[in-house]
Design a protein. Structure first.
Length: 202
């Protein structure tokens, strides 16, 4: 059984407000933005670029904080290589390092896992083996105060459209679904969404 938590959402000034995203609802985007706003010089990692809307939303938050976003993906039939990150605005591209990986290569995240991250948002391969690889590759790369999120964990449909993330969190235990969305983080990280680190507010 998964635990659930309702995180109070706060509003950002219009220039930082997350833009609409067909793959992430507004509450999820707000929670990710809140998490990014906690840090001075935040380092954010996204697995699953798609068209780049989430990466751009997080880049708007980290820009005044001196941070940056790294987003990683591989081309798929539904999002070919020329479309990856295509909706990232020009003014935000200097803040976003976009990496394309070969999922057929050995340990494709090995270089990224050597860095330390404040926010990790895993929304890439939703097959159990894929999401487990992403999680296991990156879970030790968190900063001491970092937060790791998984997307598409919880569904109000049975059977769910995809169950890789759900299987993983049930196996790992101690995960919490946020605000009845598809977004989850480790239970120990929920309280981090309420506080902030000194000088880390937009």
């Amino acid at each position: 059984m998964l635990n659930h938590a309702n995180v109070p959402l706060f509003r950002f000034p219009a220039e930082y407000e997350p833009k609409d995203n067909p793959t992430t609802d507004q509450a999820e985007s707000m929670i990710l933005a809140m998490a990014c706003s906690r840090y001075r010089l935040p380092k954010v990692l996204e697995i699953g670029t798609w068209y780049g809307v989430n990466a751009a939303n997080m880049a708007r938050i980290v820009k005044p904080l001196g941070g940056w976003v790294t987003t990683v993906d591989s081309a798929t039939p539904t999002c070919p290589v020329e479309k990856l990150g295509s909706e990232i605005p020009e003014e935000l591209k200097p803040l976003i390092r976009q990496l394309r990986i070969d999922t057929a290569s050995f340990d494709p995240l090995r270089h990224i896992a050597t860095e330390e991250w404040d926010i990790i948002f895993i929304d890439g391969d939703h097959a159990y083996e894929g999401v487990k690889y992403d999680y296991n590759s990156l879970k030790r790369s968190m900063s001491p105060s970092g937060i790791l999120f998984l997307h598409d964990v919880w569904w109000d449909k049975n059977p769910p459209p995809t169950d890789g993330p759900l299987r993983l969190v049930k196996e790992e235990g101690s995960w919490c679904v946020l605000n009845m969305t598809h977004l989850a983080c480790r239970e120990e990280d929920v309280c981090k969404l309420y506080g902030r680190i000194k000088d880390a507010t937009v």
